[in-house]
Design a protein around this ligand. Structure first.
Ligand code: ADP
Length: 536
């Protein structure tokens, strides 16, 4: 016997239809790179997205075609999200910070047919155009006055918006995001309508982005990174007012937050760091946010403390492009009020708990098979499964997840008895010394607490007796001085004795990936000839 409820195809167009119908007048504010501002609302976003579907059809673009964007955060970019998906296409958000060989690879691999871009990225388009074999149409969001480049507003302005979304099935694809490829070529993650809607629902809830009809969100996380954490989809569900800045300057962000009554924001830790520097230099207050979501890399303790002291709830989130990206989010636990401030900060420093739909487990790093207890001690390879978690990379021959759904995240973590995830490393970076594991991340976090250290990276170097031993690479702060022994003295009370690095090497810089994370791969390559002596 079947149940007796209605069919409801779980597709993205429901999101924008709902937002326009129920929250049509809620605003979208864009501060453009040239300092000008424009305003629209959810009804306007839908109207323009429908016009874009007409314009795309006129170009012969339809179901399954890939439509790329190379753009910062603004309302025209959002229109393109809904417009590309609305024509049955696959939105491919390209990260402009990728290196040229990666840009070459992903656009060709995705077989993008249309590319919409900000004029700020015109140099990239000019440089890459001859290599991007499949792109037939280039459309610029903000062409300079008098230029002969096709502008987005003119392109969609020729349409009347009197049309319907292309009918699709809920398991059809809607979006493609590539990982930045810390190993090998970038890999494409192909989201589908159903996974996107389910993920948007999870993002909405109080323990995640905490959206309601009063929320005003300034997403600092770029729309080209990891589906912008799903914010453009989730925000449609409660008609969130969006405030976008096409530039990531802390002054602009703080001004917008103050003026537009921003209650929620989301970004990687470096965003908040830049914000602190700005408010300190200008002797102004941090914006009066209700909640800041921090993810993408570990939020440092001092950052959490400072935001919490300013009355801002910090939701520390973990996820990856492969997980749409929400995996875990930190929210106050049932016994939160009974905790001291220090205990609360300890809690927020961990990566939070899975939202409904996500399952997590850790397995032994030795055999990648034996499931470890959730005891707050055992550290292992982190695996995840659920309806918005990757099954197979775009165009891959084999599944990335196991037949029972578990996907190896490449992260190493500890699961606490209450389900809280504590991330300790990446499987490629954890250091194996004499058969035991040392967390490179914990060494780095401890090292950056030294007042003279700007940045630190711990790498396992081959060792004749112990297999690997940690070496710490340190960039000193400008004008600061410290020696290797100072660093060791600083680390000694914080980590086990056998974790202490065998050497501390001072370097001028540490290589980063296109998304700003430390690139251990490049660091290892730079020090490929490095040798540690056998100890006594
Ligand atoms: P990219 O490599 O393109 O930046 P992702 O955004 O998908 O790709 O990166 C996901 C990875 O970022 C995770 O596997 C994890 O290693 C790291 N990460 C994400 N959130 C956190 C967090 N809160 N704390 C520590 N590491 C994190």
């Amino acid at each position: 016997m079947l149940g007796a409820m209605q069919d409801w195809n779980m597709v993205v167009s429901h999101l924008i239809d709902h937002a326009a119908r129920e929250h049509g007048a809620r605003e979208h504010v864009t501060r453009w790179a040239d300092g000008t501002e424009t305003r629209t609302d959810w009804a306007g976003i839908r109207r323009d997205a429908l016009k874009m579907t007409q314009a795309l059809r006129r170009l012969g673009i339809g179901k399954g075609d890939r439509i790329a964007t190379l753009a910062m955060n603004h309302s025209r970019h959002l229109v393109s999200w809904y417009g590309a998906v609305g024509v049955g296409g696959v939105l491919h958000t390209v990260n402009p910070r990728l290196f040229d060989d990666q840009l070459d690879y992903i656009v060709n691999h995705a077989e993008d047919r249309v590319l919409l871009y900000d004029v700020a990225f015109q140099p990239i388009v000019d440089r890459m155009r001859s290599q991007w074999k499949t792109v037939e149409h280039y459309i610029c969001y903000d062409p300079p006055a008098g230029s002969d480049v096709l502008g987005f507003e003119d392109w969609i302005g020729a349409e009347d918006g009197d049309t319907q979304w292309t009918q699709v099935a809920e398991r059809d694809p809607c979006m493609l995001c590539y990982t930045s490829g810390t190993t090998g070529n970038p890999k494409g993650v192909l989201y589908e309508h159903r996974s996107t809607v389910l993920h948007a629902w999870t993002g909405l809830q109080p323990m995640a982005f905490d959206f309601d009809t009063q929320s005003v969100m300034l997403p600092v996380v770029p729309m080209f990174h990891a589906a912008s954490w799903g914010l453009p989809w989730a925000g449609a569900m409660t008609g969130v007012k969006f405030v976008y800045s096409a530039v990531n300057e802390p002054k602009v962000l703080c001004d917008l937050m103050d003026r537009e009554g921003v209650t929620h924001s989301a970004g990687v830790p470096t965003v908040w760091l830049a914000m602190f520097q700005h408010v300190d230099a200008e002797k102004r207050e941090l914006p009066k946010l209700k909640q800041a979501v921090i993810g993408g890399s570990a939020a440092p303790r001092f950052m959490i403390e400072r935001l919490m002291k300013a009355g801002i709830r910090v939701a520390h989130a973990w996820g990856m492009t492969e997980t749409s990206p929400i995996g875990t989010v930190g929210a106050p636990t049932h016994d939160w009020d009974a905790k001291t401030f220090e205990q609360q900060v300890d809690m927020v420093q961990m990566q939070g708990r899975p939202t409904f739909g996500v399952e997590l487990r850790t397995v032994s790093l030795d055999d990648m098979e034996t499931e470890l207890p959730r005891d707050g001690k055992s550290s292992g390879a982190l695996q995840i499964r659920g309806p918005w978690i990757i099954k197979r990379y775009f165009k891959a021959e084999e599944d990335a997840a196991r037949p029972d759904g578990w996907f190896d995240t490449g992260d190493v973590g500890i699961i606490h008895p209450d389900g809280t995830l504590q991330l300790t490393d990446r499987t490629k970076d954890v250091i194996k010394s004499g058969g035991e594991w040392i967390s490179s991340v914990e060494l780095e976090n401890a090292a950056v607490g030294h007042p003279a250290v700007a940045e630190a990276a711990a790498v396992g170097m081959p060792h004749p007796r112990w297999d690997e031993r940690p070496v710490l690479f340190v960039v000193r702060k400008a004008g600061a001085d410290c020696c290797a022994q100072d660093i060791i003295d600083h680390l000694t009370p914080q980590v086990a004795k056998w974790w202490l690095p065998d050497a501390v090497e001072f370097v001028d810089d540490i290589p980063h990936t296109a998304t700003g994370k430390i690139s251990k791969k490049d660091l290892r390559a730079r020090f490929a000839d490095y040798r540690l002596e056998a100890d006594a």
